[in-house]
Design a protein around this ligand. Structure first.
Ligand code: GLN
Length: 500
């Protein structure tokens, strides 16, 4: 059974097509893997019955023969971040305030995946309302990274965040792929910490309809997978125009897999000087140089570029994102959704519900957001941040006149221990230093596992592309993936295989 869980989506797809394996068999193996992965706390809700039903339906479609009816994710068991609304299935956003919320509708992205034949294994844990970089702010408890062997240090590690449950599930071979959302790095950073691939497409590529909102001008859905090819397959199924999301873009979804030509000859790869941040560990710098060398060896040309407003990206993000969050989260008042804590008067009920329903990080963001949007500070903070955001985006537009893609590290460190950095929000926010600029500019970007730290933990390289040029991002990522040849597995799996 274990061998079925080590397959990539592409390999499983081929075996399913040759009738060498059935969706049911594949799904059963993954249901067992989800159970075995319970110590990681990667799932908030497991949906084994639903999975078996969907797998049986997929096998039926295939048996009826019409290959034309088969989708690109036909029979593939996946996990869904618990920020995507799933019809009649508990959807929590990692928050106490959504207690018992069973949406009467399905998010467009998950509906697209089911239409493409995918099978739902369950809903994955996440930082509360996707606010965090460590999966330590979930009401449903911390998620553990399946990687845990550090020299001389046995403390469990974070999987990154906020899509930490999705990353841990995929890295632990408990799901073949998972959906994530990325507002400032929440797909890419957990992918880097967990040794897998994570892709944030261009803002507008995937519909946000039915995804619990954090910061609407930044939120974007994307896949977490174990290979670049799998990211291409899964993104194709997730993406597309949706009349229900006015920011979703009406342009055709290409066959992303066809972009994986392995050929980067003649491409110009930008290396931004501003990403050499203070106190960057030597091994991150070394990994970055290695990435540049790999692309050079494959025939690409590295080009030093300048993105001068990068240094303002973090402060800009931590004004814009909380501002939007404070307004999005105003709807949780105990009247329409989830938790209600009784109080004497109506406003006391609001207060009691929000006081109990939101965790500390969410409250911090609501306070910051309300402050920067308040009459006296709006111009000084929110409006200024919006203007700086345009300058950051313009930096990218300028450099993309001369380069095809940009290469940086994904995160400034490898995974850290659970509990670390929790008393220092600024240290936590620094995790996003390399991912946030592309988010503010709405650009597609991917993290590819590229090597191990001195302590034996995965590190990722990050490729950023032009708007709607996911194909270029995937093409460059594919070449990095081949050059890196990253095949190491997390200790959690080795433990499972030996039964320890
Ligand atoms: N870590 C960032 C934050 O806490 C990004 C989160 C995300 O992308 N959802 O806001």
């Amino acid at each position: 059974m274990d061998s079925l869980t080590t397959l990539t989506i592409a390999e499983a797809r081929d075996l399913l097509a040759k009738r060498e394996v059935g969706a049911r068999e594949l799904t059963e193996a993954h249901i067992a893997a989800v159970e075995a992965a319970r110590p990681l706390n990667a799932f908030i809700t497991e949906t084994p019955e639903k999975a078996l039903e969907m797998a049986a339906a997929s096998d039926d479609r295939r048996a009826r023969g019409g290959e034309g009816d088969l989708g690109v994710m036909e029979g593939i068991p996946i996990a869904v971040k618990d920020l995507f609304c799933t019809e009649d299935i508990l959807t929590t956003a990692g928050s106490h305030i959504l207690d018992g919320f069973h949406p009467p509708y399905e998010s467009t992205v998950s509906a697209n995946l089911w239409r493409a034949g995918a099978v739902l294994l369950g809903k994955t844990n996440l930082d509360e309302f996707a606010m965090g970089s460590s999966n330590m702010t979930s009401y449903y408890g911390n998620v553990e990274n399946p990687w845990r062997e550090r020299e001389g240090d046995n403390r469990p590690l974070v999987p990154g965040g906020s899509s930490g449950g999705s990353a841990a599930a995929v890295a632990a071979r408990a799901a073949m792929g998972a959906t994530g959302t990325d507002t400032g790095g929440s797909i890419r950073q957990p992918a880097a910490f967990s040794g897998i691939v994570g892709m944030k497409p261009t803002y507008g590529r995937c519909s946000r309809w039915g995804v619990v909102a954090f910061a609407s001008s930044l939120d974007q859905a994307g896949p977490l997978t174990r290979s670049v090819r799998d990211a291409a397959i899964m993104l194709r199924a997730m993406a597309g125009h949706d009349g229900k999301d006015s920011t979703s873009v009406d342009c055709p979804v290409p066959d992303y897999e066809a972009a994986l030509t392995g050929d980067v000859r003649g491409l110009r790869i930008g290396v931004p000087e501003q990403y050499r941040v203070d106190d960057m560990p030597g091994e991150i710098e070394a990994l970055w140089s290695q990435g540049i060398d790999w692309l050079k060896a494959a025939g690409a040309e590295p080009v030093e570029i300048s993105l001068p407003h990068t240094k303002y990206a973090l402060p800009t993000y931590y004004i814009v994102a909380p501002a939007e969050a404070s307004s999005n989260l105003a709807r949780y008042d105990g009247v329409r959704y989830g938790l209600r804590v009784p109080g004497g008067e109506l406003d006391e009920m609001y207060e009691a519900t929000r006081g109990e329903g939101f965790g500390a990080e969410v409250k911090r963001r609501v306070l910051i957001g309300t402050y920067v949007l308040s009459a006296g500070y709006y111009d000084a903070y929110y409006n200024k941040a919006r203007r700086v955001r345009s300058l950051i985006a313009k930096d990218f537009t300028d450099v993309f006149e001369t380069v095809d893609a940009i290469l940086t590290p994904t995160a400034p460190s490898a995974a850290f221990a659970i509990g670390e950095k929790m008393d220092d929000p600024i240290a936590m926010y620094l995790n996003d230093v390399f991912t946030v600029p592309a988010s503010l500019a709405g650009l597609p970007a991917i993290s590819v596992p590229a090597g191990l730290s001195a302590e034996g933990l995965p590190l990722g390289l990050h490729v950023i592309g032009k708007a709607f040029d996911e194909e270029m991002v995937l093409r460059v990522a594919g070449v990095l993936e081949t050059a890196a040849g990253f095949t190491e597995e997390p200790g959690f799996i080795a433990g499972r295989e030996t039964g320890s």
